[in-house]
Design a protein around this ligand. Structure first.
Ligand SMILES: [Cu+2]
Length: 283
């Protein structure tokens, strides 16, 4: 015990670290019910499709697994710091390798990666399964800098421009198939409350199906950085009762927006916003 004071001071450090970690974990306890729901979903928005739990559970499960690994690693670090702290000036035994420990280092990551990989593939197969006949089909065209929605069964469409944000109407409780295509660069079709997000490729059709199960107004967006006005590629999503959906389709028909369209291929700078200082596409 050459330096008893220093040794006692050092042993307090792990206690302080533990206290800080416990404080961070305890903080959410003082929140409203809504905030607690956000915490239970680990920052995901309230889901709006039947299929969303496939992605939500994977998200939360992966974080729980990460936390379990973290607690184990932090515990081992703290234990090693305390158990093998410096006790004198004598040099500890010098070890060059330890076969069992090195074997463990190689095996342990497999126990983490294999379940994560398996659950990801399993859920991905279910999420991208489009063998079920959908109730309606929407051909989605993403282009610089907006979206066009073709309601295939209704034979009507809505074209969005950078200055005129389009609205996607969907009937609640009906399975919709999105066929995704792009005439220019890669975009990504994303409605955060649906959780699912899929890239929109030129020359390579993509598709997925979801069943919106909650009425509401959501905001969709492009989730692939596709050029200088990428952030303008936002669109409205209205999940409505079937009668309201039918009325909207009739309104598009009456407005002359019949047939299915492929928007023209646009150059990156051809269709600039009316106000270049506010390329938000909110007008
Ligand atoms: Cu885009």
């Amino acid at each position: 015990m050459a330096h008893p004071t220093r040794a006692r001071g050092r042993s307090l450090i792990p206690v302080r670290i533990t206290a800080v970690l416990m404080g961070a974990l305890a903080a959410p306890a003082g929140c409203s019910a809504e905030q607690r729901d956000d915490w239970s979903r680990l920052a995901l928005p309230e889901p709006a499709t039947e299929e969303a739990p496939l992605i939500g559970d994977l998200w939360v499960g992966a974080w729980i697994a990460a936390l379990a690994v973290g607690v184990l690693v932090w515990g081992l670090i703290i234990w090693a710091v305390i158990a093998y702290r410096r006790r004198g000036d004598e040099l500890p035994k010098q070890t060059r390798f330890n076969i069992p420990i090195e074997f463990l280092y190689t095996l342990a990551p497999l126990f983490v990666i294999v379940p994560l990989f398996w659950h990801t593939i399993d859920n991905q197969d279910k999420i991208t399964d489009i063998r079920t006949e959908p109730d309606l089909t929407v051909d989605v065209v993403g282009y610089q800098w907006s979206w066009t929605f073709n309601y295939v069964d209704e034979d009507v469409h809505e074209i969005g421009t950078i200055n005129d944000r389009p609205t996607l109407y969907l009937p609640v409780g009906q399975m919709v198939r999105f066929n995704l295509g792009s005439p220019d660069v890669i975009h990504s079709f994303w409605i955060p409350e649906f959780y699912m997000k899929q890239d929109v490729f030129p020359g390579q059709p993509n598709a997925y199906q979801v069943t919106p199960d909650r009425e509401g107004t959501f905001e969709g967006r492009c989730a692939e950085f596709c050029g200088p006005f990428h952030q303008s590629m936002r669109f409205n999503v209205e999940v409505v009762p079937e009668q309201e959906f039918d009325a909207k389709m009739d309104a598009l028909r009456e407005a002359g927006q019949t047939g299915l369209v492929d928007p023209p291929i646009r150059g990156a700078y051809d269709d600039e916003p009316l106000d270049p200082d506010d390329p938000g596409g909110d007008r």
